[in-house]
Design a protein around this ligand. Structure first.
Ligand code: 9MR
Length: 397
């Protein structure tokens, strides 16, 4: 190795050791990676480890543990609901920034990155907007202008403080929708046609030249048949490719990673292959909402360990598959869990027939589950070449 190479290798080694262990190891206190946080271990790979943050929990004076773990274990945060349109502008023309500002300030205090979530989605829209469109008092032309104004207002407010924006969320249908052939679905496609997607990215870019702009969706962890009529990953890939070809400023694709132990799951190499395909388009990727839920059968609810253990194990394995794939692809910039404790997971509220749960990495009493330990192990044991800094795209113009 040439001397210069040696020097830079040395610098990397020292920086890595510093990142891994804030305090130097001593003879009486040897370096022990297992005592490090997820955030610190992620730093070794240049990988941000994030969580969605529940605004109520963050404000709960009786639950300091929530804030402590949100601040210490993670290097990135996402507002679980606080930046959605219905939260920001419940009354037409009057923005309430309280909860969103609070999260951005929490992140700044704790030197965390922020994933902005979400600018355009068919869900959690304010009632004045959807009812105005339904009763004809808001025309299509006005709707498009309202969307442009909303994106511009929100992105400008947080300009320079958001690392990645989920610009468009869940625009694509699922095979169980009607018609089953995959298509652009929901409020925005129905009212504005699919061109709203390109418009949204352009408006977001005009409002913040530096933020990384993402398309975000679920069930796109791996490719299937390769036919965009029934393979959602292929549909999203083709969409992203088309947007890039038109010069639309999209920088990344967020794969949410909402998995369930009752389904056929993916292996690490399938997921790695998908991340690489998106990288081939010049796009970053990120896991943006990972959780792995299980059916809460009567036996599980009764505490039967023979039923609970395989679920915890399968959940951990799925968290780990996504983490290993992300580590293997340097354009995978962050790994975010959708809430870190079962105490606040959206899963039991959403899936109740049959009931589902156990989806996060800490139990309801903030005890780390096997999934937490496996994520940690992945970050610890990943060796060369998977300890290199991430490669972020320069924001596309
Ligand atoms: O976790 C969110 C939950 O509190 C809300 O009630 C729900 C409303 O649709 O949205 C949840 O978050 C979703 C995210 O914004 C987009 N991807 C799917 C997430 C889980 O539904």
């Amino acid at each position: 190795m040439k001397p210069r190479r040696w020097i830079s290798a040395g610098v990397v080694a020292v920086a890595t050791a510093a990142a891994l262990n804030a305090l130097p190891a001593t003879a009486s206190r040897p370096y022990d990676p297992t005592t490090q946080t997820l955030a610190a271990l992620g730093q070794r790979h240049g990988l941000k480890i994030g969580t969605a943050v529940n605004a109520t929990a963050l404000n709960d004076a009786g639950d300091p543990q929530y804030r402590r773990l949100a601040a210490s274990e993670f290097s990135s945060v996402t507002a679980e609901n606080a930046m959605k349109w219905e939260s920001l502008e419940p009354t037409r023309g009057t923005y309430d920034w309280t909860a969103a500002d609070q999260l951005v300030e929490f992140a700044a205090r704790n030197r965390q990155a922020v994933r902005g979530h979400v600018l355009v989605w068919h869900s959690q829209l304010p009632a004045w907007l959807t009812s105005g469109v339904a009763d004809g008092s808001i025309s299509k032309q006005e709707l498009r202008e309202l969307l442009r104004k909303h994106i511009t207002t929100v992105v400008k407010r947080y300009q320079g403080r958001i690392w990645q924006w989920d610009v468009v969320n869940e625009a694509v249908s699922d095979p169980w929708d009607t018609p089953s052939t995959l298509h652009y679905k929901g409020f925005w496609a129905q009212n504005l046609g699919p061109d709203y997607i390109a418009d949204a990215f352009r408006w977001a870019r005009a409002a913040d030249p530096r933020a990384l702009l993402f398309y975000n969706d679920y069930n796109i962890e791996a490719f299937g048949s390769g036919n965009p009529a029934d393979d959602k990953t292929q549909f999203v890939y083709d969409m992203a490719k088309g947007l890039r070809a038109q010069g639309v400023p999209i920088d990344g694709v967020g794969s949410q990673g909402h998995l369930g132990t009752q389904y056929g799951n993916f292996d690490t190499l399938q997921v790695t292959a998908a991340l690489k395909r998106f990288a081939g388009l010049g796009l970053a990727t990120a896991f943006t909402e990972v959780d792995v839920r299980s059916e809460m059968t009567e036996a599980v609810r009764a505490g039967n360990s023979a039923e609970i253990n395989p679920r915890l194990q399968a959940s951990a394995a799925n968290f780990s598959v996504l983490m290993k794939a992300c580590l293997a692809v340097r354009t995978c910039l962050s790994y975010t869990v959708w809430g870190f404790s079962d105490k606040y997971s959206w899963v039991p509220d959403w899936f109740n027939d049959p009931p589902e749960g156990l989806a996060t990495i800490y139990d309801e009493n903030y005890q780390p589950k096997r999934a937490y330990q496996e994520l940690k192990s992945d970050l610890i044991f990943a060796g060369p070449p998977y300890v290199l800094p991430r490669v972020a795209p320069r924001p596309h113009r």
